[in-house]
Write a protein that binds this ligand. Structure first.
Ligand code: GDP
Length: 297
């Protein structure tokens, strides 16, 4: 119920158009496909995912000798599910792990880390947070407030200090306290790719060296409300880091939730969580099948 209510705007955006297409056409023709294409693009599925989907739909229509436009709805849902791939992996939750969180300012990175820490604490995991986004003023303070709320331990340096030094201290703390999960808030300044790549490489090297047996996860936080821009950011981050998952925030306030489909099908990187509000409980595991059902059924 919460999932569906968090997606009201995206749903309204897509569903109304679906209704008119599936009931407005009496036969499956080029015009029908064109309208469907337009709807999917408008729903922020992106050009690539939309193209792939329609090709798959056309193939299914032909193979199964479908004649009624209304029957295409089920086929479309089926194609979507196939395109979204299998279930996401949450192994980091049950392993001793280090989670790097990357994202540009304002996307909701700090809030998301707080929510994730809260969720792990509710599973009784021991969580350490590393405030390694030392570049942005007050980021550490904000994270410290979330650490308090989530009941997690925070390791921070001075504003402007070396992120790698914070990571070093945080790894030592995580190991000595036998933390289950170490979540690292790292910077994400995409305007300087080389710089960012170097910083991440440095951080990764420290973790590899100091904590070699830790399970690794690298999550990129994106603001769903920025639509195609979020897809672009995901692409750029995946060029500088081994991204293992995406977190899409602000799904509650946007009609652009279809971007989840675009990202997952175009980049092959699973969306692992979605943010559906500002409070600590407002982070959900992303279930592609449920999501598609909520949007199209
Ligand atoms: P950061 O600069 O990336 O660390 O972003 P913040 O964590 O400071 O978040 C920026 C703003 O977005 C804050 O006002 C958050 O409350 C808000 N925010 C973060 N996630 C969500 C979400 O899932 N839904 C909504 N509605 N707001 C969010």
């Amino acid at each position: 119920k919460r999932l569906v209510s968090g997606l009201t705007k995206t749903r309204n955006n897509i569903v109304a158009g679906m209704e008119s297409i599936f009931s407005g056409f009496s036969q499956i023709d080029e015009e029908f496909y064109e309208e469907l294409e337009e709807l999917l693009i408008m729903g922020d599925l992106g050009v690539t995912a939309t193209y792939d989907l329609l090709e798959d739909l056309k193939k299914k229509v032909k193979e199964r000798h479908i004649k009624e436009p209304a029957q295409c709805r089920e086929l479309l849902i089926e194609s979507l599910k196939e395109q979204m791939g299998g279930e996401a992996d949450y192994a980091f939750e049950s392993r001793r792990s280090v989670v790097l969180v990357i994202g540009v300012n304002g996307v909701g990175k700090t809030t998301t880390i707080g929510k994730l820490a809260g969720q792990l604490r509710r599973q009784n995991k021991k969580v350490v947070l590393a405030a390694a986004d030392t570049f942005r003023a007050a980021a550490g303070e904000q994270l410290s407030e979330w650490a308090r709320r989530a009941d997690a331990e925070l390791i921070a340096g001075q504003d402007g200090s070396d992120p790698a030094a914070v990571i070093y201290d945080a790894v030592a703390a995580a190991k000595s306290r036998k933390a289950d999960v170490l979540i690292c808030d790292t910077a994400g300044r995409l305007h300087n790719k080389k710089n960012l790549m170097e910083e991440l490489r440095k951080i990764n090297r420290i973790i590899d060296r100091e904590y070699p047996d830790a399970f690794r996860e690298t999550l990129v936080v994106l603001d769903a409300a920025t639509g195609q821009n979020a897809l672009q950011q995901a692409k750029e981050f995946s060029e500088v880091a081994d991204v293992t998952g995406i977190i899409l925030t602000k799904m509650d306030g946007t009609a652009k939730g279809g971007i989840a489909i675009a990202i997952q099908s175009e980049l092959g990187i699973p969306v692992k969580y979605i943010g559906v509000g500002e409070s600590i409980e407002d982070l959900q595991k992303f279930d592609a099948d449920l999501f598609i059902k909520a949007l199209f059924d």
